[in-house]
Design a protein around this ligand. Structure first.
Ligand code: ADP
Length: 317
């Protein structure tokens, strides 16, 4: 079973408006509402692939209750830890020929006490659910503890007796602190997008070729890295091989959540014990299939199966 962890879920509101006037009075139709957060989106993907998923979410206040209600309507299993401070809202306005304007709140602050509660709750869930063998940690946490995720990883490695496959879809300092050479433990997989990877290594990448060279020439202690490049596919390091991942051109409906669908696809592939190259292709097909749907993290499994034949891994010598 896959456990997804989302520590800053949101209530997502998407508005569509032909033209949006900054500083003006914008009348809009009622929004499309859905629960958001990277792990929740990835859980949705896993569910639609018929995978076995349990989603753990940190929820707060009345907004947290609303998010829980929406999650309940979807059929993936979830378990929530409730705190006082309100969960966040994320507002997207799609306007002027596909322009996307976003307002994203910070979310409830995770202090020391909440942190302890999160760690102990996750540990209890894993210890009481023998079937969990994959953990996917997705997205941010509003904490001042820069080592929050490394400490969580350490807990998995030192306090859980069985071997877990750990996937981490993080960015900024959260990502930086889990790839440090001096660390004792590493996740099994990370998926920065091109900007996040550039920020991680301090280089502004503009082409896949540059990333290919970077991954080829630099040591990483994480065995499976996918640097996703939107419509250009990805560059991936699978153990010691670096691949240029080429994908077909398709008609995009809504690319939001493609990265989350990609990670959902990775988790599903690990659950099926596929070899990493097959997992990689499958995950790309999930990312692409998501862009063909309106919903975030939504994929059609039959579409995924069709697209997979159009994905090519070109190893770099
Ligand atoms: P993130 O959402 O994390 O920024 P990306 O935008 O890189 O991630 O998308 C993840 C994957 O989804 C890509 O590697 C690709 O397979 C697929 N994808 C994203 N955007 C497009 C697009 N415009 N056309 C086709 N596939 C896409």
């Amino acid at each position: 079973m896959i456990l997804t962890i989302t520590l800053n879920p949101s209530m997502d509101y998407v508005y569509y408006k032909d033209t949006f006037e900054l500083g003006g009075h914008n009348r809009v139709n009622n929004p499309t509402k859905m629960p958001g957060g990277k792990g929740i989106n990835a859980s949705r993907t896993i569910l639609l692939l018929n995978g076995d998923v349990l989603s753990f979410n940190l929820l707060g206040g009345d907004n947290g209750k609303l998010i829980a209600k929406y999650i309940q309507k979807e059929s993936f299993n979830s378990t929530n830890l409730f705190i006082e401070e309100d969960s966040r809202n994320a507002i997207t306005i799609i306007h002027d020929n596909g322009k996307q304007t976003e307002i994203v709140e910070k979310g409830p602050y995770v202090d020391n006490n909440v942190e302890k509660l999160i760690f102990s709750t996750i540990k209890d869930i894993i210890q009481s659910t023998e079937e969990i063998n994959i953990v996917s940690i997705n997205g941010t946490v509003n904490s001042d503890n820069k080592n929050f995720y490394y400490q969580l990883l350490t807990m998995f490695k030192e306090e859980i007796t069985r071997n877990l496959i750990i996937l981490m879809d993080l960015s900024q300092h959260h990502l930086k602190n889990i790839v440090l050479d001096t660390n004792q433990y590493f996740p099994d997989f990370i998926k920065p997008n091109i900007e996040e990877f550039g920020e991680l290594v301090g280089h502004n990448f503009t082409t896949k070729k540059e990333i290919l060279h970077y991954l080829k020439n630099n040591e990483f202690k994480i065995p499976f890295i996918v640097v996703s490049c939107g419509g250009d596919g990805a560059v991936a390091k699978v153990d010691s091989t670096v691949y240029d991942v080429n994908i077909p051109k398709i008609n995009v409906v809504n690319p939001t959540g493609s990265g989350d669908a990609t990670v959902g696809g990775i988790a599903f592939g690990f659950q099926n014990n596929w070899k990493k190259e097959d997992i990689l292709k499958w995950s790309m097909a999930c990312g692409i299939a998501n862009t063909m749907e309106k919903g975030v993290g939504v994929v059609d499994k039959e579409t995924v199966k069709t697209i997979i034949h159009k994905i090519h891994l070109v190893p770099m010598n």
